[in-house]
Design a protein around this ligand. Structure first.
Ligand code: NAI
Length: 484
């Protein structure tokens, strides 16, 4: 029998996980569970990543983790257990399905507008690296990594999933009009992958426009793929469209390990009261069953859940206030009592179980994912981020004294807006300037040349950060300052 690792989590986690596992047991789901120690309480025992080494080993051996929500310990320097898990095991795609559930009233269900949107969110990169520095007392910097191989992994997954599920449309949400290098790269990868899926209508949409359209015409969307932070926000928006966090399941998909969990957190305000809604975790569990080929078990449980919701049965967080709400245990018992029943709307077909044998991957080194065609690369300059409270002209004057023959000072910007050689007196300044030095004649320079320049500039200023200016052939691999 297939074995999966189970981590019950913190807050309402144990209550809703017990409810879901009782439904699985009553449905005789052919799975064995190995409960692992993971969560805030494990962190409190002194394990800095929130899991015991045994838990990590078990999850890596079994390849599937079914988890309850986990609390992020408060305090600086402490990382979220959830994010650590997703990143450690490279679950690069976060898939969240948002569907109209009959019995869960929303403005759209009342208006007869059906919703069936799958959001695929990149799960590793972006600002979630948490690589942040204070460059001066006044200026914080967050590094946002978007990589070609990382983007290709998640986008390929999204297209493959869309094809498998017979989707018609796949949209890339982005902000490439502003973030031309990072979101621009993600978008470029999207259309590169799209070429292999001619049967799917692939298009892109700027993320703010996407948000507006999702709340006005959610029925127009099918599969939407986004970078991490934008995907995080858009998927909570979609959760709201179908009735809230209590109905939002999520699957974190990787090549070797997959994690199934609800979108919501530990709900500390209602923890320990046995009143939490287990639906989101149950839907996540149903997705896990399908992932493992347990189609019949998944369909039977899903039909019972949908039937139960259609009957108006509800926990305290949703449904008709005029009818009595059930607690967590009563709600799961109601689902169990409805096994064998089918919802009026779109019952799921009872396809036979075909358990997929889990392959245990034994890796002896970290997989390196890289794209090989970064040819014709040269360094053509550097952006030096320097601390100063002087006016732009004074900064330029000092920088020009140190620039030497190999480089020219091209522009100085402050918070991304050009302030030298041209600018506006109305631009507010902070104590960090970016001085851009490019090689004279755009010739290739070496890292040693850059370091010499760095040394000279540091005679006048504290250099807080430096970024090489690369070019691939004639293409500049960096953005221009606003106004440059
Ligand atoms: P939350 O999702 O725990 O709660 C937000 C609101 O939704 C609360 O009013 C809560 O009572 C309600 N709620 C959430 N799930 C519910 C359910 N199943 N049934 C009924 N009501 C429900 O978000 P919050 O308060 O921001 O985070 C609490 C903790 O959870 C934090 O430590 C956070 O880091 C963690 N968290 C963990 C996640 C995970 O394990 N994947 C995801 C999100 C947050």
């Amino acid at each position: 029998m297939t074995k999966v690792a189970v981590a019950k989590g913190d807050g309402i986690g144990p209550e809703i996980m017990d409810a879901v596992l009782s439904i699985f047991d009553s449905a005789k789901v052919p799975l064995q569970y190995e409960v692992v120690e993971m969560g805030k309480w494990v962190f409190d025992k002194g394990y800095s990543n929130g899991m015991t080494p045994e838990a990590q080993q078990t999850i890596e051996n079994l390849g599937i983790l079914f988890k309850g929500p986990m609390e992020t310990p408060k305090g600086k320097g402490v990382k979220s257990v959830n994010v650590t898990a997703r990143k450690t095991w490279n679950t690069y795609a976060n898939k969240r399905v948002f569907q109209t559930l009959h019995g869960v009233d929303t403005v759209f269900s009342k208006a007869g507008i059906p919703i069936d949107i799958t959001v695929v969110r990149e799960n590793i990169e972006d600002t979630y690296g948490g690589i942040e520095h204070m460059l001066t007392h006044d200026v914080a910097l967050s590094r946002r990594f978007i990589t070609r191989p990382g983007s290709m992994q998640v986008i390929k997954y999204a297209f493959e999933m869309a094809r498998k599920n017979g989707a018609k449309r796949i949209s890339c949400g982005h902000k490439a009009n502003i973030m031309k290098q990072t979101d621009g790269l993600f978008l470029e990868c999207f259309y590169e992958v799209a070429k292999d899926y001619p049967e799917l209508k692939a298009d892109d949409i700027i993320v703010d426009d996407l948000c507006m359209k999702l709340v006005t015409r959610p029925d127009l969307f099918d599969v939407v793929v986004l970078t991490n932070l934008q995907g995080d926000i858009v998927s909570d928006l979609c959760a709201g469209l179908v009735g809230g966090l209590g109905f939002a399941p999520s699957a974190n998909i990787g090549d070797h390990i997959c994690i199934f969990e609800a979108v919501h957190g530990t709900a500390p305000d209602i923890a320990g009261k046995n009143i939490a809604n287990p639906t989101a975790l149950l839907l996540s569990g149903i997705a896990m069953l399908r992932h493992l080929g347990l189609m019949e078990s998944a369909a039977m449980i899903e039909n019972a859940l949908l039937y139960t919701l259609e009957q108006g049965v509800h926990t305290g967080d949703f449904g008709d206030r005029a009818t009595k709400s059930l607690n967590t245990t009563e709600f799961s018992t109601a689902i169990i009592n409805n096994f064998g029943k089918e919802p009026k709307n779109a019952p799921k077909p009872l396809l036979p179980n075909k358990p997929i044998t889990q392959t245990v991957f034994k890796l002896d080194k970290n997989p390196m994912i890289y794209s090989k065609d970064a040819a014709d690369e040269k360094i053509v300059g550097v952006d030096l981020f320097i601390e100063s409270i002087e006016q732009p002209n004074a900064v330029a004057e000092k920088a020009l004294q140190q620039v030497g023959d190999l480089f020219k000072l091209v522009t100085i910007s402050n918070r991304g807006t050009q302030v030298w050689p041209k600018g506006s007196i109305f631009t507010n300044l902070v104590d960090l300037y970016c001085a851009r030095f490019e090689s004279v004649g755009d010739v290739a320079v070496t890292q040693t040349d850059i370091m010499e320049l760095y040394k000279r500039i540091s005679k006048e200023f504290k250099v807080c950060s430096a970024e090489l200016l690369n070019a691939w052939g004639d293409k500049k691999a960096y953005s221009l300052a606003q106004g440059q």
